[in-house]
Design a protein around this ligand. Structure first.
Ligand code: SAM
Ligand code: SF4
Length: 378
């Protein structure tokens, strides 16, 4: 019965809220296996066996917001705050570029120190020094004019998780000064400007129910994002949610699989949070339908200060050795890490079906059509 809903999602790329809720609440390991198999086929129709890497640069951990779940919240007085200089950011990019990264993600708290002018200068410098790279921003909520300025300076993509599409749930995760409507408005305005846009949510955040997750799916049906960030909630000891349980690997993987079926060409990271709750989390995310990994390029000295949650996994790929290891792990799964910006591929209007012989009607990418990731030579 639930399998027919999975078939319907695969075919029509949409379901009703009630249908999503039934799938999520009624899931079993067998159903999850069925979802993952179809999710892998869907991603391969668009991206073959490629895994894209994004170099994450956590450039500030100052934040004016107070999200109840996050270790960077302004009321966490114990957090040791830092900001990277423009020079340090460019050095991270140079190191990443030599390792084969062609997307840099500038992520940080909402830090007014980084005014529009300064950010535009940093974006322009990165694009000038690394013209073959995409720049992704993840700096939270700003007004549409600021988003436009960053876009004009050369930013290509913007990640802004909606966190939860349900208003009441949003209000239990954030102080009253932060509004779900404003967050959604930001997402639609980013899309209007022309960014490749990413939304997303935590799985297992406090008070979350299958109904909330179903609403998240419906919101994404509406927004049609180019990227979706989904990871488990993990408690941080110095937040109001310190004693809340973490989200599970199992439900996070299931949501990744459903998301891939609904948005088959979406860019979907297997997140650091997933790697934090399970040593095999990153690989299992790829097998559930993800096609992106975001290793950390931040300078080693600041990594432990960018603590959104406790025991954050170190996915440091700053060394050629770590990149080689990532490449090996993906190869063992049958996937290959590529040197590529990894831009969004627009969805085809009708999903392609395998023909009766089980062969895909679209040719697989030719071996060698994408250069393999080559670690920096010493
Ligand atoms: N400040 C920007 C923002 O909020 O969009 C970007 C940085 S913020 C740290 C990036 C994401 O981290 C958030 O969207 C949130 O989903 C995730 N996050 C924060 N605290 C978390 C926690 N305790 N467990 C898992 N993910 C968390
Ligand atoms: Fe700040 Fe983002 Fe953390 Fe919220 S999730 S406290 S906006 S860094």
């Amino acid at each position: 019965m639930l399998r027919s809903l999975v078939d319907k999602l695969e075919k029509e790329e949409r379901l009703s809220g009630a249908e999503f809720e039934r799938l999520i609440a009624g899931r079993t390991p067998e159903l999850a296996g069925y979802v993952f198999e179809k999710a892998r086929k869907a991603r391969e129709r668009y991206y073959g066996k490629k895994v894209f890497i994004r170099g994450l640069i956590e450039f500030t951990n100052y934040c004016r917001n107070n999200c109840l779940y996050c270790g960077l919240r302004r009321d966490n007085r114990a957090a040791e705050r830092y900001r990277l200089t423009e020079q340090e950011i460019l050095e991270c990019c140079a190191e990443g570029h030599a390792l084969g990264f062609r997307t840099f993600v500038l992520q940080g708290g909402e830090d007014p120190f980084f005014a529009d002018e300064l950010l535009c200068r940093i974006i322009r410098s990165i694009k000038k020094d690394f013209p073959d790279c995409a720049v992704t921003l993840s700096l939270g909520e700003r007004d549409a004019e600021s988003y436009q300025r960053f876009f004009d300076a050369g930013a290509d993509r913007y990640l802004l998780r909606h966190e939860t599409a349900d208003e009441e749930h949003y209000a239990r995760l954030h102080p009253p000064s932060q509004s779900p409507g404003e967050r959604k408005r930001c997402l639609f305005s980013l899309k209007d400007i022309g960014y490749q846009v990413g939304c997303g949510f935590m799985v297992g955040s406090p008070y979350q129910t299958p109904k909330h997750l179903a609403r998240d799916m419906l919101f994404m049906q509406d927004l049609e994002p180019h990227m979706v960030g989904i990871g488990p909630f993990i408690p941080h000891h110095a937040t109001p949610f310190a004693r809340e349980p973490a989200g599970t690997l199992e439900l996070t993987l299931f949501m990744l699989g459903l998301t891939r079926l609904m948005l088959p060409s979406v860019l979907l990271p297997s997140t650091t949070a997933l790697a934090t709750i399970d040593p095999k989390g990153r690989e299992l995310g790829i097998l559930a339908g993800a096609n992106v990994v975001m290793p950390n390029l931040s300078p080693p000295g600041v990594r432990e200060k960018y603590l959104l949650y406790d025991n954050k996994a170190t996915t440091g790929a700053e060394s050629a050795q770590a990149v080689r290891e990532l490449k090996e792990v993906m190869k063992a799964l049958g996937y290959s890490v590529v040197v590529d910006r990894g831009d969004f591929v627009p969805p085809k209007s009708q999903p392609e079906r395998p023909n009766e012989s089980g062969l895909k009607s679209q040719p697989e990418p030719q071996p060698g059509s994408q250069p393999e990731l080559r670690p920096k030579s010493s």
